[in-house]
Design a protein around this ligand. Structure first.
Ligand SMILES: Cc1ncc(COP(=O)(O)O)c(C=O)c1O
Length: 431
């Protein structure tokens, strides 16, 4: 097949995508949208349409697209070679920055994606405890591994703790290795631990699950249960790391896990993720420390890539500056409050659930406390997303990611677009 790649307009690129990519997409979002450029809190599609961007590359662009300081650091690094497989100073320094910032991380192991980090964190819990099962929460997202994809977004409900595989191609036997509990339900977790203690290696949790904050005492309770029962408590901080606070969700909520995974922001828009944890657990990555039998094998061609590491380091440096998180929270809060007021005025039952750096509008009249209560009216949500996009506001299917680069003007533009969207939703509901 020959492909004409020069001088195509947006529509031609979409048609090419339909031919050469399954489903016409790289797998993440709708294939009708092809992004050409991003700067700060905005992106432009191939036809030049401008959007206030709350997709933010699914989170990594916390300091905004094409931040001039990140670009300069990356350009300087690229000119000196882009990957070596051997150790490099930028990765070592990024590890030191993470160790300084993240309470549970005495040491760090780099990989390229959050999925890998989560997969290895589960393997690490098994290597450390010598037990196999992992308890996770319904709706908790821990990447694309066979284990991670258990009851992440089940379209039907099963009885806890039985998992439902979210993908074809996953061996049935994996279902026996995972236990599923409802998020924010400590009693069910305690019961499952009592029942499966001899086989259980650890608990894997998004401390702030997708768009659902932990209820008071939930994380503290998990910490206590894990400590009392010799389980490895893993926080998946792929989203929350450096987003909820410089020290991540564990700093924000004041609960320290044994191991955490990080991704997104720490790569500054490049493929980089990490597992961080207590030294005695991380020792399983070191054959010299634990011996052949307890050694956890982990290698990756691009792990700790210097270009990604330098982008991550510069991103962390920017985030650490005084006022950064106050500003991020102010922006997010203005959006959350504005959305809630507009929905309230329109009499549309909805909850704005989450924290200012990441939240979602759930079309429901119930309190949002776990996966099932976070579903709301899905049809309404996708109409809302589509109407917002028509009006120049881009977001993912499940949340708004807020960046430090979003301005007051971006907030006002978004609230105006939302008011218009809600008016349209109300009109079409009345018709
Ligand atoms: C909480 C969480 N964990 C893991 C992942 C997987 O990360 P990646 O897409 O880099 O594999 C994601 C991705 O969105 C995530 O949100």
């Amino acid at each position: 097949m020959t492909v004409e790649t020069e001088s195509m307009d947006g529509q031609q690129v979409v048609e090419l995508a339909r031919r050469v990519l399954p489903g016409g997409s790289t797998g993440n979002v709708s294939h009708e949208l092809v992004i050409a450029e991003g700067r700060g809190g905005r992106v432009w599609d191939m036809d030049g349409k401008e959007y206030v961007d709350f997709l933010l590359g699914s989170g990594p662009m916390l300091v905004g697209h094409a931040h001039p300081e990140v670009l300069a650091a990356v350009q300087d690094r690229v000119a000196k070679g882009t990957t070596f497989f051997a150790n490099n100073e930028d990765a070592i320094r990024l590890a030191a920055d993470i160790v300084d910032a993240v309470a549970c991380a005495d040491q760090v192991r780099f990989v390229c994606t959050g999925s890998e980090a989560d997969f290895y964190a589960m393997r690490l819990a098994r290597a450390y405890t010598g037990r196999d099962k992992i308890l996770k929460f319904e709706g908790g997202y821990h990447g694309m591994s066979d284990y991670g994809l258990m009851s992440t977004s089940p379209s039907r409900s099963s009885n806890y703790p039985r998992p439902i595989a979210d993908s074809a191609g996953i061996p049935k036997s994996i279902e026996d290795e995972m236990l599923i509990a409802p998020y924010n339900d400590l009693e069910t977790v305690a019961g499952l631990i009592r029942e499966h203690r001899d086989d259980l290696a650890g608990i894997m949790v998004e401390a702030f699950q997708r768009i659902i904050p932990p209820q008071p005492g939930f994380l503290e309770g998990l910490r206590e249960l894990a400590s009392d029962n010799d389980l490895v408590l893993i926080f998946d901080e792929v989203v929350t790391g450096f987003r909820l606070a410089y020290g991540g969700a564990q700093a924000f909520y004041g609960v320290t896990p044994d191991v955490c995974t990080m991704g997104k922001s720490i790569g500054g828009g490049f493929p980089l993720a990490a597992i961080g944890g207590r030294a005695e657990i991380m020792a399983h990555f070191d054959k010299g420390a634990v011996g052949e039998d307890a050694f956890l094998t982990q290698i990756g061609t691009l792990s700790g890539n210097p270009v990604a590491a330098v982008a991550g380091r510069k991103t962390l440096e920017i985030l650490k500056r005084p006022g950064t998180y106050e500003n991020l929270f102010r922006t997010g809060q203005a959006l959350m409050d504005g959305f809630a007021a507009i929905l309230d005025d329109a009499g549309i039952p909805a909850r704005v659930s989450g924290t200012p750096p990441k939240f979602e509008i759930v079309f429901t009249d119930q309190e949002v406390v776990d996966y099932r209560s976070s579903m709301g009216d899905q049809e309404m949500a996708s109409r809302c997303n589509a109407l917002l996009r028509e009006r120049g506001v881009l977001k993912g299917e499940i949340c708004f990611y807020v960046s430090c680069a979003h301005t007051e003007e971006d907030v006002q533009f978004t609230l105006d677009a939302f008011a218009d969207t809600v008016a349209e939703l109300s009109r079409s509901d009345a018709a």
